[in-house]
Design a protein. Sequence first.
Length: 310
Amino acid sequence: MKLEIPESFYEEEERCGYVVSEKMKKIWAVELDLLYQLQQVCEKYGIRYFASGGTMLGAVRHGGMIPWDDDIDIMMMRDQYDLLCEHADEFEDPYFFQTFYTDEGYFRGHAQLRNSNTTAVLRDELDKGYKFNQGIFIDIFPLDNVVRKRSLWKKQVERIDQFREQAKILYRTTKGYDPAEASSLRSAAHLVMPAVSLIYDYRTAYALFEHECRRYNDRRTRYVGKISFMPEGLKMYDLRWEFNGVIYMDFEMLRIPVPEGYELHLRRQYGDYHKFVIGTADHGGLIFDPDTPYKEWLRRYRESGEEQPE
């Protein structure tokens, strides 16, 4: 890792009545290093970004990670996100900037910056045979304009979900098809989908998904939001003016930008955000191994059929 982290950081400690283990400190260290790499590239190209969700809450309330959190979230306006994507090659091994366009079979709709020498696997994806990078990551969300008219918004949300799901199905029954890992239903679909893909393939479906996310970006809407991540999530929408200014706050050994309207953002998403709700930020479905490259971890899992012991 390139970020200098003091040895004392890795020690188990109690924060806000919650014990943060040595392993979690290692996971945090990997994520903080990823955030540091992102900061270097954003500063180099003048890309404007903000802490998001639990990371924003951590900066405001804790001056760092929420003690029971296990990830880092960043957001930026779509034009800034596109600029960042143009410079994906700035991230050199073991760092990997992951999008649909840099990693075959990845359909999340936002970017993730990963460390390939580590593991972060979703438990419900263990047996799906995904080949994309599954190192420890930070999330980078684009913010798109949200149309005010409810009928237009509902139609947009439906199309976003529809096209993304089509892209996944088309990929997993054509280029991403693996007979050794396929269900009987997917095997049956594989018989007809290659013919369908001659007319309408997964790339086309994903392009339509992205077009829907950007549909109203030429308008000056009142709200912006993570519509590519959770289109129906009203708590994910923010007033545009909240991003007019930036406040830099401590975040462990780094300083990160928070939008000047953070108070509204946090109240909208968490209610009384000053009140601790211990355990709610932990993504229990993720299996972390900060010491093992994801390819090696997955190889061992596929050979044994069991999660690897720590």
